[in-house]
Every structure is written in C-alpha cells, then in structure tokens.
Design a protein around this ligand. Structure first.
Ligand code: ATP
Ligand code: MG
Ligand code: ZN
Length: 287
C-alpha cells in the first residue's frame, strides 16, 4: 500500500493531435510552475523483489497495481538516505513532476510542428511519486519511490545531460534518434534560452527520465541533473544539427552561445522562433 500524488492526469493522456486544447500550457509552464497542482491518492502495488534494470542512481523493478492489468516500473533509490527520504524529498519529487509536465508540453508543440511526419513524434512518460506505506519503521523516514508505465521494446539512450550523443551507427537513420537530438535543440530556442531538455532515453519516441537545464538557477534547482547554463554549453559543444533541426529553422549553435558568454551579460532573450513556425503554433492554438 502506498500513498502518493500525481499531476495533470488529463494532460498526461493528451496526444499530439489534441494539442490545441493545451496550446496555452507551454507558455504558462515556461513562465512559472504554478499551473501544477498535487492530489493525494492511495494505491496498492505489487512490486517484484529483484530489479530488472539499474541506472546510475536508481533501481527499476516490475510492478502491477490491483486496478489494472498494465505493467508498471517502480524506481527506488539505490542508496537509502537523503534522496530516498520522503520527509526531505517531497518537494523534490513535486519539482520532478513539474519538469515532466514542461517536457510533455514541449513535445506536444514539437509534434504539432512536424505534424505531417508522425515518425518524428516525441512524448514523455509522466510518473507518479509514492511514499511506501510499508517501509516506515519507528521514527525512521518513509521511503519514496516513483512509478511509471513499463516501456516494452529496445530501451535507447539518445543523448545525455553533459554532451553525450549516441553515435551508434544503427541509429543514424532512426527517426526517433533524429527527432530526439533536434528536440533538445528545439526546447532551447522555443523557451528563448530558458530551458534545454536532454538526457533523452526511452523506447522509440516515448521518453522517460529527461534532464532539464535551466537558465534561471531557481528553477528545478533540486535536480542533480540540471547543469544550468553550463549544461547549454555541453549540449552545443557536441550537438550537430540534423535535417529535423533545419526543418524547424533552429539556428543557435556553440558559437552563438560562446559569443553571448563572452559579452558581459549572458542574454538569451534575443532568440526568436522563425516567424512561420510561431504563426503555425499560434494559429493552431486559436483553432
Ligand atoms: P541513469 O542515471 O542511467 O539515467 P537512473 O538512475 O536515472 O539511470 P532510470 O534511467 O530511470 O535510472 O532507469 C534505469 C534503467 O531502467 C534504464 O536504463 C532502462 O534500462 C530501465 N527503465 C527505466 N524506465 C523504464 C521504463 N519505463 N520501462 C522500461 N524500462 C525502463
Ligand atoms: Mg536514466
Ligand atoms: Zn540542432
């Protein structure tokens, strides 16, 4: 038994073609987190004892809920302590969910802009976070865990949060890989240099566990994968624009960033989306 909270259930189910009903969301999420609310619910989970995969920080185990036949993944921290603690960690988990909502909003718009090529569609799983009702000993911290749908298929890490780009020859012509690299670039220009979503990994275009670098050090500040403006530099040091970037009219590169960094005040607000893209997005939001 576990108590937890989740955001934006309806938003979570939104697909790219339902974008117009959420058109205002991305702009408001870029401005602030305040649109996200939390709710408490109780869920009974059956979690396999032996994890099926290990990340750098977390263990992933198969799980099922009583309410549905779908497979889920429960993620727990490898090292018990500060990060796994619910007392200290709830604020951080709420921040993770806000960051997932932002990623999802970027993806809805990205998909709309490439609407005639669904093979480039990107989407993100949204996880819920739970306090394990069975783990709290006397006076001890209750353990926190994340649950998300299980992705069946070949799990691929497309890029990392400090410049890593997957150069597997088998991925060169893979549309999800091309879309992933362009998507990271897109999030930077679309947010006018406020955010860069990377650490893209998942099955096909369905991603999980992204990292978000933020220009404002106060946003998503509890996430250890947020490398801020340095993260922007890492990305552009290794990113090579592909045909999806060109189709979206993305222009920034490592040199633009270095020029800006050399000036006394880094000023990212000069970036402008190509006018025709802006019109496409604005036009659809009226529909
Ligand atoms: P890293 O630091 O390597 O990104 P992490 O500690 O953040 O790892 P995750 O990336 O969330 O942990 O999960 C670890 C591994 O579990 C992944 O590399 C992948 O193989 C598998 N995995 C994670 N989420 C899912 C999912 N939803 N469906 C299927 N497999 C998954
Ligand atoms: Mg990961
Ligand atoms: Zn690019």
């Amino acid at each position: 038994s576990a108590e937890g909270f989740s955001i934006g259930a309806t938003f979570n189910q939104a697909q790219g073609n339902e974008y117009s009903s959420h058109a205002h969301l991305l702009d408001s999420l870029i401005k602030s987190d305040s649109n996200c609310t939390t709710a408490v619910l109780e869920v009974k989970l059956r979690v396999r004892k032996t994890p099926f995969a290990k990340g750098a920080l977390r263990l992933a185990s198969f799980a099922r809920t009583e309410a549905s036949t779908s497979r889920y993944v429960v993620k727990t921290f490898k090292r018990k302590g500060q990060h796994s603690s619910c007392h200290r960690g709830l604020g951080r988990l709420a921040q993770d969910m806000r960051s997932q909502a932002l990623c999802k909003a970027f993806a809805l718009e990205f998909n709309l802009l490439l609407g005639d090529s669904p093979e480039y569609a990107i989407d993100f799983l949204v996880s819920a976070f739970f306090k394990n009702g069975n783990s709290g000993g006397s006076g001890g911290d209750t353990e926190c865990m994340a649950i998300e749908p299980f992705l069946d298929g070949k799990f691929v890490k497309y890029n990392g949060n400090s410049g890593y780009v997957n150069k597997d020859p088998g991925l060169v012509d893979n549309p999800s890989n091309q879309a992933a690299q362009a998507f990271s670039h897109f999030t930077f220009e679309r947010s006018r240099g406020q955010f860069l979503v990377c650490d893209l990994q998942g099955v096909g275009g369905m991603m999980t566990d992204p990292a978000v670098h933020t220009a404002d050090s106060g946003r998503f500040s509890l996430s250890e994968t947020n490398l801020g403006r340095e993260g922007f530099m890492f990305f552009f040091a290794f990113h090579e624009c592909n045909h999806v970037c060109r189709r979206l009219g993305l222009k920034t590169n490592g040199k633009t960033l270095l020029d800006l960094a050399g000036s006394r005040h880094m000023q990212f607000s000069d970036y402008r989306m190509p006018l025709d893209l802006l019109q496409k997005v604005r036009g659809s939001s009226k529909a």
